[in-house]
Ligand binder design. Structure first.
Ligand SMILES: Nc1nc2c(c(=O)[nH]1)N[C@H]1C(S)=C(S)[C@@H](COP(=O)(O)OP(=O)(O)OC[C@H]3O[C@@H](n4cnc5c(=O)[nH]c(N)nc54)[C@H](O)[C@@H]3O)O[C@H]1N2
Ligand SMILES: Nc1nc2c(c(=O)[nH]1)N[C@H]1C(S)=C(S)[C@@H](COP(=O)(O)OP(=O)(O)OC[C@H]3O[C@@H](n4cnc5c(=O)[nH]c(N)nc54)[C@H](O)[C@@H]3O)O[C@H]1N2
Ligand code: SF4
Ligand SMILES: [Mo]
Length: 729
């Protein structure tokens, strides 16, 4: 496969992924039980060699669905779902199927590269691992000496080995570590942590009434929620969706309300207004600040909310009555990507408080406590460096910043300003901020202050394209990974391991090996002086037979009590009960209860740009031949009336411009989108020619999104950008 030839035909891929989509669409019970099928992969002929099966877990997105790889003559021919994985409900999606083209991709990085010309010019020289590692170690140590160890920032992506990058950064001595989370879910996490003391898992499967706002689980797959939602509907659950776009989730729902973007808080405060009037589920003994909240929402009537969010007052009142009837088996779905608005944490607080009023915490069909199966994190010693600064570089820049994760955008700001101290090095693993962080030009500008940038990827991503040293990581199908615990409710928290299905291709290497080699050269080799095998054993100490079970089933569960886990014991909040009124916010000067702020109205001729998923791609990971079959480039979605006013027609080439930047793509008339809103998918308009399928195809949304963030957490605010659109002649 060294030449990257397709080991699976496209036609057959489409057939198999359709079959998987059918499972995903609930045409088969998602609770598949039973033995791992011994049947051979469809379409493979026995005379071509024995087919062997290998447990693994998909890595095409963070869900990590249980997977079985079918191998013949040393080549992975097909990927099947592992029916024993309760979290993924025996499902893999189109992206999971397409992982064959992730590994056997002609664009994969094949050997270490060193930049010769200017950054972004694409003048690369092939070097040996020895040379690349020596140079990287030398550069990182040089920055440490000149600018302290915090002068290097680390950005580990979502990965089973990201823990080793964290360990490497800790031992090296930098606390400037950030990841995708500040582009993703921190506002939701903050909101739920500050209300319930933890981030809950929704018991979608057993719910009777679900409001989904600002989430699209039928395209943005989240396991088990996506499949459970379909099953819940079959069992009679009512689904209400609020979205400015008619999404696949809206299509599944009983009702869809085309909410005006940025006004969800108005809807939820009005919902609460009606619920507290009914006094059916008020439970002052289990909450902090209930009475204050009743006063607070007195002015937020459904009639007032209708003017803000565009949803009729009678519908708001009806939904409030219906959901209280269904409670406690009812919920506002917490969502995941909440990198939307400057007050996203407060918007999600309004949703969390609605859940408080539904009294659904720790109960069937409601919000469940988060749990892990008990995998340990082996201890490592973190040295103290006297010359290091006091805190992370963006500390104090947002009232509810997460100490351990911070904020990419606020960190980028600090690197550009050099304040409060310089960061001159960047170590990135499996993140692609040139495509996924708003304001790409600013990320490029940040590099002016970076003396050394090393990037580990499996492709020459847009971010790798700007690096000084590019190291080829191996893919999940070539890896031996530590035990990976997946959080969930008790019903589906689990753990898995991966062993190599095939050998490292080309000169690609595991991240663990790269870190081991660097640490030896940088004087802390003893911190990585262990094998993955030894590490795994430490991880599962106290979990009888866990590794054997993972080898046997591909997955390890140890289910315990699902509901009533707290059973009278205090929550992890300041008051020990659900915080409707948040005391910490009061101290930090934030609104202790969510106060509605009207989003700016796009002036005539402008539109609000919103982001969102397609089922075919994960973020910027678009360079996959099997998946670009579904969608070759992105388009700008616009309502027909808005297009008509601008004199635009379907398929016209348009320029989309904001204060941050502009790019060009084709127009797609979309009757399902709100008139003052436009939408485009992420991961196109690539700068790197080695992302050959998406190079200059469509537009990069990262180029257009402005640099705004949630005030409390520093999480990106990707729906705050207003754009103008004009036809390119
Ligand atoms: N406009 C816009 N921006 C967004 C979003 C959006 O919806 N729209 N979503 C946001 C969200 S929710 C998130 S979570 C972030 C995600 O932000 P990122 O984590 O930056 O996004 P990915 O596209 O997943 O980037 C992963 C990188 O890892 C590489 N990679 C894949 N597999 C491997 C591997 O096995 N080894 C190595 N070393 N590298 C690998 C890929 O080639 C890619 O370059 O993006 C955020 N940004
Ligand atoms: N296929 C696929 N699945 C994925 C991913 C992927 O890239 N591809 N990524 C994974 C990751 S990292 C994440 S974080 C999750 C993301 O999962 P979600 O958060 O569910 O996904 P998004 O598509 O970002 O959903 C946001 C929705 O909010 C809508 N929206 C925009 N503005 C507003 C508003 O003001 N109010 C309301 N009510 N709605 C609004 C958008 O139109 C969009 O449909 O998906 C995960 N699963
Ligand atoms: S949802 Fe799809 S891409 Fe994500 S882990 Fe599961 S199979 Fe893979
Ligand atoms: Mo995300």
């Amino acid at each position: 496969m060294q030449d990257g030839k397709t080991p699976i035909s496209r036609r057959r891929f489409l057939q198999t992924s359709m079959a998987a989509a059918a499972v995903g669409a609930g045409l088969q019970s998602p609770l598949v039980k039973g033995l791992v099928p011994r049947v051979q992969a469809a379409g493979s002929r026995p005379d071509q060699g024995e087919i062997t099966s290998h447990f693994t877990a998909c890595d095409m997105c963070f869900n990590r669905c249980g997977m079985i790889a079918r191998k013949q003559n040393g080549v992975i021919k097909k990927l099947d779902p592992n029916p024993k994985c309760l979290k993924s409900r025996g499902m893999i999606c189109a992206r999971g199927n397409a992982a064959v083209k992730h590994i056997y991709n002609p664009d994969r990085l094949k050997y270490p590269l060193m930049r010769k010309g200017k950054r972004g010019e694409g003048n690369w020289e092939r070097v040996s691992w020895e040379e690349a590692l020596d140079y990287t170690a030398e550069q990182l140590m040089d920055i440490a000496e000149k600018h302290t160890r915090c002068g290097v920032m680390f950005t580990p992506g979502v990965d089973s080995q990201a823990r080793f990058v964290q360990q490497f950064a800790d031992v090296f001595g930098s606390y400037n570590i950030t990841n995708h989370e500040s582009l993703c879910l921190l506002s939701r996490n903050r909101a739920y942590l500050d209300t319930f003391g933890e981030v809950p898992y929704p018991d979608v499967l057993h719910s009777r009434y679900i409001i989904i706002a600002g989430a699209n689980p039928l395209e943005a797959f989240i396991t088990p929620d996506t499949t459970d939602l379909i099953e819940a509907k079959k069992n009679g659950c009512r689904i209400v969706v609020l979205d400015p776009r008619f999404t696949r989730t809206a299509a599944l729902a009983h009702e869809w309300h085309q909410i005006r973007p940025g006004t969800d808080m108005a809807f939820f405060l009005a919902l609460c207004h009606v619920i507290v009037k009914g006094e059916r589920f008020c439970c002052p003994d289990k909450t902090f600040g209930y009475d204050k909240f009743v006063e607070h929402v007195a002015k937020y009537t459904p009639e007032w909310a209708e003017k803000e969010c565009g949803i009729p007052a009678r519908d708001i009142s009806r939904i409030a009555h219906e959901i209280t009837e269904a409670a406690p088996r009812a919920m506002v779905y917490p969502g995941r990507r909440t990198s939307d608005y400057e007050d996203s944490t407060q918007i999600r607080r309004a949703m969390a408080i609605t859940n408080v009023l539904l009294d659904n915490w720790d109960r069937p069909g409601g919000l469940l406590a988060s749990r892990e199966v008990g995998v340990r994190s082996p201890f490592y010693h973190i040295p103290w460096y006297d010359d290091n600064p006091f805190d992370r570089v963006e500390a104090g820049k947002a009232s509810g910043l997460f100490d351990d994760i911070g904020s990419f955008q606020l960190m980028r700001e600090a690197v550009i300003s050099g304040e409060p101290y310089p960061i001159r090095g960047w170590f990135s693993f499996k993140t692609n901020f040139m495509q996924t962080a708003p304001d790409r030009q600013k990320t490029i500008r940040m590099l002016d202050n970076i003396d050394f940038f090393v990037n580990i990827d499996i492709f020459m991503s847009d971010t790798a394209w700007f690096a000084d040293v590019v190291l080829p990581g191996n893919s999940f199908l070539e890896r031996k990974d530590p035990v990976h615990p997946l959080q969930g409710s008790s019903a589906c928290a689990c753990a898995f391991i991966r062993d190599p299905v095939v050998e490292d291709m080309f000169e690609s290497r595991p991240p663990f090996w790269i870190l081991q080699e660097l640490s030896k050269r940088m004087g802390f080799g003893e911190s990585f002086d262990f094998t993955i095998e030894e590490y795994r054993k430490k991880q599962v100490e106290g979990l009888d037979g866990a590794l054997e079970i993972m080898h046997r089933d591909g997955i390890y569960f140890n289910p315990s009590k699902v509901y009533g886990i707290y059973a009278g014991s205090p929550l992890k909040t300041l008051s020990g009960v659900k915080e409707i009124y948040n005391q910490r916010y009061e101290r930090s000067g934030d609104d202790p209860m969510p106060v509605y702020r009207r989003p700016s109205n796009p002036p005539e001729g402008q539109f609000r740009l919103v982001v969102g998923r397609t089922a075919f791609f994960t973020q910027s990971r678009t360079n996959n031949e099997l998946l670009t079959e579904f969608m070759e480039e992105n388009t700008l979605h616009m309502h027909p009336e808005s297009a008509e006013r601008l004199g635009l027609k379907n398929n016209d080439l348009v320029e989309v411009a904001s204060r941050a930047g502009k790019d060009r793509l084709r127009l797609e008339i979309d009757e399902g989108i709100e008139k003052r809103t436009v939408y485009m998918a992420t991961g196109f308009g690539s700068l790197s020619p080695q992302m050959s399928l998406v190079y200059k195809k469509g537009a990069s949304i990262a180029e257009i999104l402005e640099d705004t963030h949630d005030e409390i957490t520093g999480n990106a605010a990707m729906h705050e950008t207003l754009v103008s659109v004009r036809k390119v002649s």
